[in-house]
Design a protein around this ligand. Structure first.
Ligand SMILES: *[C@@H]1O[C@H](CO)[C@@H](O)[C@H](O)[C@H]1NC(C)=O
Ligand SMILES: *[C@@H]1O[C@H](CO)[C@@H](O)[C@H](O)[C@H]1NC(C)=O
Ligand SMILES: *[C@@H]1O[C@H](CO)[C@@H](O)[C@H](O)[C@H]1NC(C)=O
Length: 449
């Protein structure tokens, strides 16, 4: 319980460090500084025209757009991103204003439906009995339409809506909320399942963020399981501490950009067969392929609880993730969540025929060989043979390597706050070419922008 709430605290606090979704702080987990940027109030606030979300607002709707910008709606205003003042909604979504009479949206979500690109990534807004579909901030032709026409079986005057892609829900779905009723809408078949989650508060807006689902109610929010509605951890929490930057609020909000971005060092990095890329550093991991939602760190314990921290090396093979720490290897089955395979961790010696500790590991393409970097050596281990053993050993003319990853663009090796790109592992071991270093904070983590 405690761990889970800490994790949430950590990752949401990290989100606050960014105004644009390109900003990240790997070191944030260690900081517990106070805010040093008072909220900027602009002129309109003096006329009382603009709502202030730091006063504790109940949002009408929350949704990201196709570029990953998140919008919070209240009345005829919206906020773009996690910091900054309210702006008029019609500056961004002009037609909502022309059609609406009540002066607010009831619900909104960004459709996830890759089977049908004509709807995928569109934002749907719900106003009374009408629905508006936007893409690229342009109203789609033929809209607004009646909700019944587009989402048959879904009631008018909704309270909230949120997308639920396959993997998180059983099929690509939308979850609608009205009062204490919840409707799971199957996008492909249009089948509707009505439920009552009586343990949950009535949501006035809902938001999916980094594969997690949040119900907002009052100025609080509650994370819920999108299928069962179960709530795990200490909820509700105050949205002002997590989803927006408010003076004197929030946890672990670190100092300046330079402070946040210095001394970045990766422990390990891998990309799985679905293209999900994970970087590990200390107690924190980060997804690098979802940067549209912003850069965010999570505690390693939240996804690989047996490992917890300080991963030495990681590689992905045959839909499994191998995490190496000291002289132990942890093998996780990869699905929507990672589950440790029974019998693990096992000694590295027993599993791969080598002694720990190691520095880095990678598998290139569909190969059945893992290449392990251990000090000044590169060890090739045949993963299709039993028992597994080193089949090739090459000297490594390269100073200490922290992490490595092989992908379609070649091999990347990470050393300190730099990384180097090689066309192939052979070029790394040949030592003939020393490519230009790239800066990890600037080129991977959006620092210094
Ligand atoms: C998005 O809209 C802008 C104008 O609002 C237009 O210039 C641009 O071409 C559009 N992009 C796409 C991909 O439709
Ligand atoms: C939740 O919604 C139901 C109607 O569906 C209503 O009866 C109930 O009072 C609401 N609960 C709260 C706490 O507002
Ligand atoms: C928000 O949650 C806190 C508990 O975390 C609770 O004491 C408070 O009453 C809630 N406020 C609203 C408006 O729901």
């Amino acid at each position: 319980m405690r761990l889970l709430s800490q994790t949430l605290c950590l990752c949401l606090a990290l989100a606050l460090s960014q105004a644009a979704p390109s900003h990240y702080d790997f070191m944030m987990a260690d900081h517990h500084g106070a805010h040093d940027h008072p909220l900027h109030l602009d002129d309109d606030a003096h006329h009382g025209a603009k709502p202030d979300r730091c006063e504790g607002i109940e949002f009408d709707a929350i949704t990201p757009d196709e570029k990953g910008n998140v919008f919070f709606f209240k009345g005829d205003h919206l906020w773009k991103g996690y910091s900054g003042p309210a702006e008029l909604s019609n500056a961004f979504f002009k037609e909502l204003d022309e059609h609406q009479h009540l002066g607010h949206v009831d619900a909104a979500f960004r459709m996830h439906y890759t089977d049908d690109p004509t709807h995928h990534d569109h934002i749907f807004f719900f106003l009374d009995d009408h629905v508006f579909s936007y893409y690229n901030h342009t109203l789609e032709e033929g809209f607004p339409k009646k909700i019944q026409e587009v989402f048959p079986g879904i009631p008018d005057h909704l309270d909230a809506a949120v997308e639920c892609p396959k993997g998180e829900c059983i099929v690509d779905s939308v979850i609608f909320f009205k009062g204490n009723k919840v409707y799971h809408y199957d996008i492909a078949t249009k089948a509707v399942k009505e439920k009552e989650w009586s343990h949950m508060p009535n949501c006035t807006s809902a938001y999916r963020w980094l594969e997690r689902h949040y119900c907002f109610h009052g100025h609080n929010f509650t994370r819920f399981h999108p299928v069962t509605g179960s709530v795990v951890g200490m909820y509700p929490k105050d949205a002002r501490d997590f989803f927006m930057k408010c003076p004197g609020r929030g946890h672990g909000h670190g100092g300046s950009d330079s402070e946040r971005c210095k001394d970045v060092k990766l422990d390990a990095i891998t990309s799985d067969d679905k293209g999900k890329t994970y970087a590990f550093s200390g107690k924190v991991y980060m997804r690098l392929d979802t940067h549209r939602d912003g850069w965010h760190g999570f505690s390693i314990a939240s996804a690989w609880k047996e490992v917890e921290s300080d991963v030495d090396a990681v590689f992905s093979y045959d839909q499994k993730m191998y995490l190496i720490k000291g002289d132990q290897v942890y093998i996780y089955k990869s699905a929507a969540h990672y589950t440790l395979i029974e019998g693990y961790p096992k000694p590295l010696k027993e599993e791969l025929g080598i002694e720990g500790p190691v520095n880095a590991a990678f598998v290139c393409g569909d190969q059945h060989t893992v290449q392990i970097i251990k000090g000044p050596k590169l060890l090739d281990i045949d993963l299709s043979a039993t028992p597994r053993r080193v089949v090739k050993e090459s000297p490594l003319p390269f100073p200490k390597i922290d992490a490595s990853m092989c992908g379609p663009t070649g091999l990347k090796v990470y050393a300190g706050s730099d990384y180097y790109q090689f066309e192939s592992p052979a070029l790394l071991t040949s030592g003939k070419i020393r490519p230009q270093p790239h800066k990890i904070p600037q080129e991977m983590l959006g620092c210094g922008h």
